[in-house]
Structures are given as structure tokens and as C-alpha cells.
Design a binder for this molecule. Structure first.
Ligand code: ADP
Length: 319
């Protein structure tokens, strides 16, 4: 290939810039031209495409967000949008595309690959909810941010003998919640993968209180329920003053950790290698610290096991 494009799509994640940098530099090292496609698939539909040089990606490896901006693009789900995107690729001479994003973005990458533009996906999402890869870019930074925030909440809930109900991100995946919960010594962790009830949560608080504990941290994964309501029910049931905090988008930002920067650099490099060999409709990922790649449809059909052992450890050592 002589010319490739790179885009970020869906929710942003810290480390996306490091991945873009790796793609640009690897492409140029292999003698290719690299263009940036702006605001996800919208950039392909609108022709928002600009050349990227070695220096376009200077001083970005340590920044969160994405220099290419990101978006969700409804039009890309339809044939008309896909045809417009293909036309843009032909007009700009783009022969392959690296797509940094999550599952939805990979579906789009598969659709475009099927229409003759080979695409390679890189898992970029803080949720770690990509089945074919044990790790996704942004996950480590998001967890470290959540951990820092919960540590701060612990100080204040300790001072007031309160229960802090903290909602962390993760859509339908409890990976951030379980790891943050373990790292912060949460009394109970509520995740979508494991059945729970408010009575169980309150019983654990009561049992823990009997051992002399006066403040409690309950980590709740986004999407499991209304954390404000959970806090109210805990207060009503246990008599412990309870406050809910939704960490929200703060978890998406910040300078990426070393793990995210290294993973992003490796995956970006490998994605370009695949394109340079003419391979498309693939997703790259990490398994047992090795880089692997799968057919996109196969990757989308895989199931990821939840960290049940870690959850069990958390449950047994938090009282
Ligand atoms: P993520 O990639 O983080 O999972 P989304 O699910 O919002 O985020 O997907 C990002 C973009 O991928 C969407 O805006 C759309 O352009 C494209 N996309 C999502 N689902 C599909 C699909 N089923 N077919 C084609 N494109 C899709």
C-alpha cells in the first residue's frame, strides 16, 4: 500500500494519541503516506482528510483525548454512507485504514473492508470490553483515575463515618469496577456480571460494622442501577449516612499511563504491518502479552470471561 488513513471512533480513551503516533510513524517508516481522517467515520463521509507528517504527531504521546477528534456516525451504518466513505477513499487514494475504537467501530470497519477498503481495528476503549483482546487502550489510565478518585472519597467518608457509593464507567462490563474495588478496598462491588441485591449489600455493611468499621465504599458499575437510589436504600436500611458519586467522564481523560502508551505503540505498529501486507478486515489485540490478530467477524463473536476469581478475592478480604 502507498497511502493509508487513520481514524478514532466511538468514545475517546487515553492512549489513542499514542496509537495514532505509532500508526503515522510506522507507515512513514515503511514508505507510505499517512492521512488523518477527522471525527471518526464522519471524516470519511465528509472528506475531512488531511496528510499527517512525522512531526504532526510530535508531543502527543503523553496527552489524553484524540488529536483526530472522535464521533459516532449514524450515516455510516447505511449503504449510502458506506458508499460515500468508499468514494472519499478512492478520491484521496486511501488504500487501507486503521480504525481505533470499540466494537461498534469494528462493525463499521468490517462493513468498509467488505466494500473493498481494507481496515484494521485497534481496541481503544476504557471499558476493556473487547473480547478478542485481554487489554484495551485507555483501560489502565481509567482505572488509575478511578482509584485516585475513590481514595479521595475514602478520606472524606472516613472523616464523616459515611458510606460512599461510587459509580465507575464500564457500560455493560464490570472490569473497571472490580479492579478499582479491589485496589480501593471496597466493602462491596456491584457489577453486571454477578447477581446482587440491596439486602446483600446492606448485610455486608452491617457485618463489617460489627467488626468496628465506620465508613464504607461501595463501587458500582455504570448501568447496573441508579447509584443515587442505591445510596438512599443503604442509608434507609443500615442507618449509615450514604452519598453517591458518579465519576463519569473524568475517567476518560488525563495523561495515559505507561501501560496504555506501550500497548498503543505496539498495536499501532502491528496494525500498519498488517495493512502493509495487504491484510484487511482484521482486529489486533493482546493475549498473554503477545500481539494477536483476528478476522473482525470472528473477533466480534468471541466472548470474554469475567474476572470471577478476582471478584471472589475482593469479597473474601473486604470486611
Ligand atoms: P464503539 O466503537 O466505542 O463501540 P459505537 O458503538 O458508538 O462506539 O460505534 C462507533 C461508530 O461505529 C458508530 O458511530 C458507527 O459509525 C459505527 N458503527 C457502529 N455500529 C455499526 C454497525 N452495526 N454497522 C456499521 N457501523 C457501525
Amino acid at each position: 500500500m502507498n497511502k493509508i488513513g487513520v481514524l478514532t471512533s466511538g468514545g475517546d480513551a487515553p492512549g489513542m494519541n499514542a496509537a495514532i503516533r505509532a500508526v503515522v510513524r510506522a507507515g512513514i517508516s515503511k514508505g507510505m503516506e499517512v492521512v488523518g481522517i477527522y471525527r471518526g467515520y464522519n471524516g470519511l463521509i465528509n472528506g475531512d482528510v488531511k496528510p499527517l507528517t512525522v512531526r504532526s504527531v510530535s508531543d502527543v504521546i503523553h496527552h489524553g483525548g484524540t488529536l483526530l477528534y472522535t464521533a459516532r456516525c449514524k450515516e455510516f451504518r447505511f449503504e449510502e454512507g458506506l458508499q460515500k466513505a468508499k468514494k472519499t477513499c478512492i478520491e484521496h487514494g486511501i488504500e487501507g485504514i486503521v480504525v481505533i475504537g470499540g466494537d461498534g467501530s469494528f462493525r463499521g470497519a468490517a462493513d468498509l473492508s467488505a466494500r473493498g477498503i481494507p481496515c484494521v481495528g485497534i481496541p481503544g476503549t476504557i471499558d476493556n470490553d473487547i473480547s478478542m483482546s485481554e487489554y484495551t487502550i485507555g483501560y489502565d489510565t481509567a482505572m488509575n483515575t478511578a482509584m485516585e478518585m475513590v481514595d479521595k472519597l475514602r478520606d472524606t467518608s472516613q472523616s464523616h463515618d459515611r458510606c460512599s457509593v461510587v459509580e465507575v464507567m464500564g457500560r455493560n462490563a464490570g472490569y473497571i469496577a472490580v479492579n478499582t474495588g479491589v485496589a480501593c478496598g471496597a466493602t462491596y462491588i456491584i457489577v453486571p456480571e454477578i447477581p446482587w441485591s440491596i439486602d446483600e449489600v446492606c448485610d455486608k455493611i452491617k457485618r463489617t460494622r460489627e467488626t468496628g468499621k465506620h465508613h464504607f465504599i461501595i463501587v458500582v458499575s455504570e448501568g447496573v442501577g441508579n447509584s443515587g437510589e442505591i445510596a438512599k436504600q443503604i442509608e434507609r436500611n443500615t442507618g449509615v449516612e450514604s452519598r453517591a458519586t458518579i465519576l463519569g467522564h473524568v475517567q476518560r481523560g488525563g495523561s495515559p499511563t505507561i501501560r496504555d502508551r506501550v500497548a498503543a505503540s505496539e498495536l499501532g505498529y502491528y496494525a500498519v504491518q498488517l495493512l502493509s501486507k495487504g491484510k484487511g478486515n482484521r482486529v489486533v489485540g493482546l493475549q498473554k502479552n503477545q500481539i494477536v490478530d483476528y478476522d473482525i467477524q470472528e473477533a466480534l463473536s468471541m466472548k470474554k470471561p469475567f474476572e470471577f476469581d478476582l471478584y471472589k478475592i475482593a469479597d473474601e478480604i473486604s470486611f
